[in-house]
Design a binder for this molecule. Structure first.
Ligand SMILES: NC(=O)C1=CN([C@@H]2O[C@H](COP(=O)(O)OP(=O)(O)OC[C@H]3O[C@@H](n4cnc5c(N)ncnc54)[C@H](O)[C@@H]3O)[C@@H](O)[C@H]2O)C=CC1
Ligand SMILES: O=C(CO)COP(=O)(O)O
Length: 365
């Protein structure tokens, strides 16, 4: 079983003739609310810590903002990403860049944080010869899974395979706006080696953003995906006007399904990831009270509108991840003939996609 917290030595840059042998260069791919919040922390740390290139680049999908100009210029001139992270000042060493290849040029530490729907074209560009530095390593903060028939893949495993570089996972009770306002919280990073632990800890650890590395990449990534499905169930509970007892019961049952799912299909993962870490129980709680999946699921029950419409109306360009994950997980369990042991995951799908009455959520739980 993976240890409770990985032991690692704090990152110390190597020196040659009194100078840093390697300057770590951080690139952040994604500039939504979470991408911008993570880029902000990485840039604050890079400006202060030894061994880091001071500029952090963030990939921004270029667009014209009517009456205001190009989005990248707007972010670089105002040092704010007003669309996705309003009223948050960004450090001046964080630079918005529209070309993906320019963002990762010479980068040694690459943070992937696009909504999972948009990862495929990103990986296509990054996998072209010469785009990535040979010593690059990645971390995924993406919450979702990919399913093909009866096979399921986490994003770090997809990234690692496609790009041929080690990939860690970052996840925790981290609502982006709260993190960007420096409200104290924790995050978990699943790492393939102590070296990755040291580097990613150096990139992200901050007084109000405590980073705990563990040797469970799949567990961290999966818990981030599966808790979104449970958070939808929590939203259905809110939509039906039910109280705290019901929601707590749903979270407990959901956490058990998350842990059973991981134990059965990713046996190398540790059950401690769910019970002891921010990526598990803590992320489930915060998302089920303050997340976008919860909010849209509540409105789904109250209004009868589709999730596509609610995403458009309620999220101002941000993306819902739980609906797609509920669908992926349902089809995977169906293909494996294992739906009967995951009644909560099953119901979330049927309520979302098959017009099942939300009151049926509690049957067979
Ligand atoms: N927002 C949050 O509080 C947290 C989010 N996450 C995860 O981080 C990942 C990224 O989420 P957010 O940063 O919140 O993004 P978001 O939900 O704010 O989405 C906006 C982002 O999507 C991009 N986008 C929209 N349409 C696109 C397209 N057609 N092609 C490429 N990109 C497109 C936008 O440029 C922008 O970067 C997700 O997997 C999410 O679950 C994880 C923890 C916290
Ligand atoms: O993952 C999150 C918090 O850790 C955010 O969840 P939502 O996508 O539901 O807002």
């Amino acid at each position: 079983m993976a240890p409770y917290v990985t032991e690692f030595d704090l990152y110390e840059p190597e020196h040659v003739d009194g100078k840093d042998a390697v300057k770590q260069k951080v690139a952040v791919i994604g500039s939504g609310s979470w991408g911008t919040a993570l880029a902000r922390i990485a840039a604050l740390n890079a400006a202060e810590k030894k061994g880091f290139h001071p500029e952090v680049r963030m990939w921004v999908r270029e667009r014209e903002i009517p009456g205001k100009g190009l989005l990248t210029e707007l972010i670089n001139n105002t040092h704010q990403n007003s669309r996705y992270l309003p009223d948050v000042s960004l450090p001046h060493n964080l630079r918005a860049v529209p070309e993906l290849a320019d963002v990762v040029k010479d980068a040694t530490l690459i943070v992937l944080v696009v909504p999972h729907q948009f990862l495929t074209p990103v990986l296509e560009t990054l996998s072209k010869p010469g785009v990535l530095a040979p010593n690059a390593r990645a971390i995924s903060a993406i919450k979702g899974v990919e399913v093909a028939g009866d096979q399921i893949y986490t994003y770090p495993s997809i990234i690692e395979k496609r790009l041929g570089i080690p990939c860690s996972a970052l996840g925790g009770a981290n609502i982006a706006l709260e993190v960007a306002h420096s409200e104290f919280c924790e995050t978990t990073i699943g790492v393939p080696s102590p070296e990755d632990a040291a580097l990613w800890h150096a990139v992200f650890d901050a007084p109000a953003f405590r980073v705990h590395p563990i040797e469970d990449v799949a567990g961290v990534s999966l818990s981030g995906a599966l808790k979104n499905v449970v958070a939808m169930a929590a939203g259905f509970v809110d939509g039906m006007g039910l109280g705290g007892n019901t929601k707590a019961a749903i979270l407990r049952i959901g956490l058990l399904e998350m842990a059973s799912f991981t134990k059965e299909f990713f046996p190398e993962s540790s059950s401690l990831t769910f019970s002891h870490h921010s990526a598990g129980v803590a992320d489930l709680i915060t998302t089920s009270f303050g997340g976008r999946n919860r909010k849209c699921a509540e409105a789904f029950v109250k209004t009868g509108k589709s999730f596509t419409q609610l995403e458009h109306e309620l999220l101002n360009g941000q993306k819902l991840q739980g609906v797609a994950t509920a669908e992926e997980v349902f089809h995977f369990l169906e293909a494996r003939g294992r739906l009967q042991d995951f009644p909560l995951f099953d119901k979330v799908y049927r309520i979302s996609f098959e017009d099942m009455d939300p009151k049926c959520l509690f049957e067979n739980l």
